[in-house]
Design a protein around this ligand. Sequence first.
Ligand code: ADP
Ligand code: MG
Length: 352
Amino acid sequence: MNAAPGDTLDTVGEFGLIRQLRRQWPASSPLVRHGIGDDAAVLTPPPGHQLLVSADAFIEGVHFDRAYETLRDVGFRAGAANVSDIAAMGGRPLCLLVSMAVPARVPARQIRELYRGIRDACGADAVDLVGGDTSSSPGRIFLALTILGAIPANRALTRSGAKAGDRLYVTGTLGDARAGRHILRARARRRHPSGLSAGETFLTRRHLRPTPRLGIGQALAARGVAHAAIDLSDGLSGDAGHLCDSSQVGIEIRGNALPLSPHLRAFARRRRLDPVEFALTGGDDYELLFTAAAAHHDTVLTLARRAGVPVAWIGDVTPKRAGRRLLLPQGRAGALVPNGYRHFAARRTARR
Ligand code: ADP
Ligand code: MG
């Protein structure tokens, strides 16, 4: 069956659409004994590995906004969020299930674009589409992706293994995606938006095309170097808090060690915003936060170099009673809270 250009979910029908998607994304890996088209997919897990499973929902109006992103962008971001969860565990992605509710008037072509974005986010890895569910929606688009990955047995990086004395590392740069979203949103409000500068293009790409850190995640897990890891989907301050909760530890982050892109610095300077605040609270960066023993510092840097990703030592893991601290210039300090940090000094003043 071939789709006419004007086809909508209404006219091609649920099963017509599924046929199109199957052709567009044929299963290729030996893992898949039976893919789309049966009541359940039949998979053969790679020998010697454990399976990783993770799900993420993407709701129009909550996680994405079609005023400034295409469905291909949305698909890419949803795919990247899922792949990043596998990266944070040190695994490799195997296959995906995509469930969606879409208004009947949405062109089938746009849904294929959505899947193209999802597939692009899986990168060079042969990640198969093995199932999903399709429903019409009375209003907005609702997407739910489930990803399966593989990890050599007992190598998974969890949030719960950090130890006091570990060093705390982060990949890439922080806060870019939030700045990019800020730029896209402001442009969508303008009737005649001006072109993007090179810096703005960088920041908006960081929002629209995040890079899951599969290579370094896999290297850290394979070498057994990292004690704990989490991917940054909500922002460093909140996600570091999850790591502390799971590991029952404290942390001390050096504000001036946070990796900031020159483009984020320029963006913040122009708008008189604090780039450190962006780095702490900016979601959707999909960088990895991980800890490793100080004795493995050189190994961490070597693995990062081989994986082709910058890694910054941003602080240390402390005993739980030391709390969650952010060190600021001139000897000041703050408490890390999920939405950024609170100045210790400001809090004292407020109490007086
Ligand atoms: P069931 O009635 O058993 O739930 P469906 O008719 O919903 O099966 O789906 C038929 C096949 O198509 C199944 O293999 C299912 O996993 C797959 N599928 C349905 N919707 C999607 C989708 N949006 N993306 C990918 N695969 C899908
Ligand atoms: Mg179904």
